[in-house]
Write a protein that binds this ligand. Structure first.
Ligand code: NI
Length: 227
């Protein structure tokens, strides 16, 4: 299931981040691709060991930690350091599946990628092409989101970025391990949480049924979550 997470960043925050990125050191994206992906990946990446990548990465992680829909949908356990990428002049990332396990550079930490995310930092009007295609269970979803918005999708889905014919497409890509490995369990928890939030708005959080459902949600997390 694809989930759009709106307004991770405001337009003002996006433009501040882009100002910093314009001054960054961009390297060939091939350096971080797996073997199959390397043959289809043509883009640029902000050097991930640079201070800028680390500072901006922390800003992204802080924004996500404050976004209730992201937390509820992803139930994140570990998040790989955010990677900033840029496509221009026909650059593209052909069809691939993200690696199942990633090592955090310079550490022994391993992260199983349950969920991938793309956070758009360019407005759709700023470039041509550059569509993110994600093969869902029944169809291929084609996305060009507004700057500041993010899409969350299962890391096992085939996906690609079509060639950027003109302009520049900047985004952040993320991989994460969820506390709940099973996508169906994760989706049920998201549905339940959203219903609880809506019932809480109608009846208040001391309503008997709201409390019972909240207990049920917490108990399901206790059953299913790794921590
Ligand atoms: Ni990918």
């Amino acid at each position: 299931m694809l989930i759009t997470i709106p307004s991770v960043f405001s337009k003002t925050e996006v433009s501040k981040i882009n100002q910093h990125l314009a001054k960054g050191e961009w390297i060939d994206g091939q350096q971080t691709a797996g073997e199959q992906a390397r043959s289809v990946k043509q883009n640029q990446q902000l050097a991930d060991d640079s201070q800028l990548a680390q500072q901006l990465g922390d800003i992204v992680l802080d924004a996500l930690a404050r976004h209730p829909l992201f937390i509820s949908a992803a139930l994140p356990l570990k998040i790989f350091p955010p990677m900033f990428n840029r496509y221009q002049g026909g650059e593209t990332y052909g069809k691939h599946v993200d690696n199942a396990v990633r090592f955090v550079p310079g550490t022994t930490t391993r992260i199983r990628s349950d969920l991938s995310a793309t956070l758009f930092l360019s407005e759709p009007e700023e470039y041509e092409g550059g569509e993110l295609h994600i093969q869902d269970q029944f169809a291929t979803q084609k996305l060009r989101l507004s700057a500041g918005d993010m899409v969350l999708y299962p890391s096992g889905s085939l996906h690609e970025v079509t060639p950027v014919a003109s302009g520049s497409r900047v985004s952040v890509v993320l991989w994460m391990q969820s506390m709940v490995r099973d996508p169906q369990q994760r989706n049920m928890l998201l549905d339940l949480d959203q219903s609880i939030q809506s019932l809480t708005r109608q009846h208040g959080n001391t309503d008997d049924n709201v409390m019972k459902l909240t207990a049920l949600y917490q108990n399901l997390i206790r059953q299913w979550a790794d921590t």
